[in-house]
Design a protein around this ligand. Structure first.
Ligand code: FES
Ligand SMILES: [Fe+2]
Length: 396
């Protein structure tokens, strides 16, 4: 891991000077949000990758894409190549996706194989990352005859956990236990049988906006009356709760009076759902960029993948309950939910990209926030500032 460049050191100093002016800690009505450079500056983007995304549990992929032993999925986390693999013992593992010999990227596309084989000099590794063979390592036809230092050439494993269908990786190895990070979810998720869920489909969107704007927009419901006519009709502003937060978890929710075909009205529900959950929707963020919503009939994952200071990709993955996920009789109901998510997100993209453009303005630098709806945005900003201040880049 490289040291911070001089430009990154400078941007870190500039950033901390700006946010340690009290804007994130004062009462929201007197405070403000993240400064513009956090959404626009390429050096800040790289700093953020090397700190926030390297030192936290970051969503890496979907377990259903690694269903068979030997399934391999290359991903990028914190700007680094990582490969996920389903090993013979049934566990999904993560490794740095770089050969131990000369650093060639081992896996470049989804595939299934009994072992990793590097195309450069054909070193091979087991699905658990153990070096298997180094052909001609000691000269022509002198293969890997000395096994004593093989362990030096095993693939470098990363911390990796699978929670339901979702795989998280912590590159630095320093993040708190995953279970502790998601503990604030646990009470609100009681009563939902996640084992009843089946994956349905994903939606993908490319945005000309920083990933943080997508996440901030996802968690705050203040924009609903202005941007989402259908959603505002489903639950009006007076019935909406303000977002709350606990550690690295942000959450929001509502009770709805009547279900809609897009939410709870046309597809099977979680089995034995408690009464309090039957007209309820909740949504969550796990810092930094993984979110999901839960309703009586569905769970919808929302991920904002950083692509650059002013671009990101969103993935929305839909899961339904029991037969609702695959049975032909529910195909129209599923299509309606998909269309609804597509419509909602298109409505969001317009304002998210506008917020990005506004961050090139000298007339904006953090904003005047709503004391009712926006404390969660200050908390998100504090999590970001703390992660950057506490950076643990070796040698920095
Ligand atoms: S770089 Fe992979 S075997 Fe040489
Ligand atoms: Fe929205």
């Amino acid at each position: 891991m490289p040291r911070l460049s001089a430009d990154q050191q400078q941007v870190k100093v500039d950033f901390l000077r700006q946010v340690r002016d009290g804007r994130l800690d004062r009462p929201t009505a007197e405070g403000s949000g993240l400064p513009n450079l956090t959404y626009t500056c390429p050096d800040f983007y790289r700093l953020e990758q090397q700190t926030v995304f390297r030192n936290n549990w970051v969503f890496a992929g979907f377990a259903h894409r690694l269903a068979r032993v030997g399934d391999m999925l290359p991903v990028e986390i914190a700007g680094q190549p990582v490969v996920l693999v389903k090993s013979e013992d049934g566990f999904i593992r993560a490794f740095h996706n770089a050969c131990r010999h000369r650093g060639a990227q081992l896996v470049t596309g989804c595939r299934n194989s009994k072992k990793f084989v590097c195309p450069n000099h054909s070193w091979s590794y087991s699905l658990q990352g153990k070096l298997i063979a180094r052909p001609h390592f000691h000269g022509g036809e002198q293969h890997d005859i000395n096994k004593s230092d093989c362990h030096r050439a095993d693939l470098v494993a990363l911390r990796c956990v699978t929670w339901h269908d979702w795989i998280f990786v912590n590159i630095s190895g320093d993040a708190d236990d995953f279970d502790a990070c998601i503990e604030p979810f646990s009470a609100q998720l009681e009563g939902y049988d996640f084992g009843a869920l089946g994956f349905c489909d994903t939606l993908e969107f490319d945005l000309a906006a920083n990933w943080k704007l997508a996440i901030e927009n996802f968690i705050e419901p203040y924009h609903v009356f202005s941007c989402h006519p259908w959603l505002n009709g489903f639950v009006g502003m007076e019935e909406r709760e303000a977002p709350v937060f606990d550690g690295k978890v942000l959450s929001c929710g509502y009770d709805f009076k009547q279900s809609d075909p897009a939410r709870g009205g046309a597809l099977p529900w979680f089995p034995a759902l408690p009464a309090a959950k039957q007209n309820r929707g909740d949504w969550f963020i796990l810092f930094p960029n993984f979110g999901f919503e839960i309703f009586p009939d569905q769970v919808d994952v929302f991920v904002a993948w950083p692509r650059g200071p002013d671009s990101c990709r969103e993935t929305i993955a839909l899961y339904f309950v029991g037969d609702g996920a695959t049975a032909a009789e529910y195909s129209e109901a599923r299509a309606l939910v998909m269309q609804n998510w597509n419509n909602l997100n298109q409505e969001d993209i317009g304002v998210v990209e506008r917020m990005q453009r506004g961050r090139n303005s000298d007339g904006f630098d953090g904003g005047v926030l709503s004391p009712y709806w926006d404390p969660v945005l200050q908390h998100f900003a504090r999590l970001l500032a703390d992660a950057i201040e506490a950076e643990t880049i070796p040698g920095s």
